[in-house]
Design a protein around this ligand. Structure first.
Ligand SMILES: [Zn+2]
Length: 139
């Protein structure tokens, strides 16, 4: 699943619990839940950079708009996105041989794929719902 999709769920986690530690935990759990939804994964560095940029701009918007909950939002987003660091390492370093640690990356949680455009549309709708709920909760 895309970085910005996971990040949206992590922001919602931070908004719901309003506590950095709980947000980190809920963000980590959300990663597996989202990876289990049939989705599209991109395969180019260009798409990854675009997604990363979009996600970071979104994170900055929420953190600066709601500074009193900035830490909870950050740690929720961090927990939701950091599991994919092992996926990035595998793509950047072809000799990286370690087995995935996170359950949706090592087969313990299913990681179904859906082709373009349905797999993209599902993530877009999910991200819009998460960001709308986050904004409503914090406003
Ligand atoms: Zn993942």
């Amino acid at each position: 699943m895309y970085f910005s999709s996971h990040l949206s769920a992590g922001l919602l986690a931070g908004a719901l619990v309003k506590n950095p530690s709980l947000a980190l935990g809920l963000g980590l759990i959300s990663h597996g839940a989202l990876d289990s939804i049939p989705h599209h994964d991109y395969g180019t560095v260009r798409a990854a950079c675009l997604d990363l940029g979009l996600g970071l701009v979104t994170l900055r918007f929420f953190r600066t708009s709601f500074p009193n909950l900035s830490l909870a939002l950050f740690w929720g987003a961090f927990g939701a996105t950091v599991p994919d660091l092992e996926v990035v390492l595998k793509h950047l370093f072809p000799n990286y041989k370690l087995k995935g640690i996170y359950p949706s990356h090592n087969g313990k949680i299913k990681h179904p794929q859906r082709s373009f455009p349905c797999g993209v549309l599902a993530q877009f709708i999910m991200a819009i719902i998460c960001l709308s709920l986050t904004y409503r909760i914090l406003k």
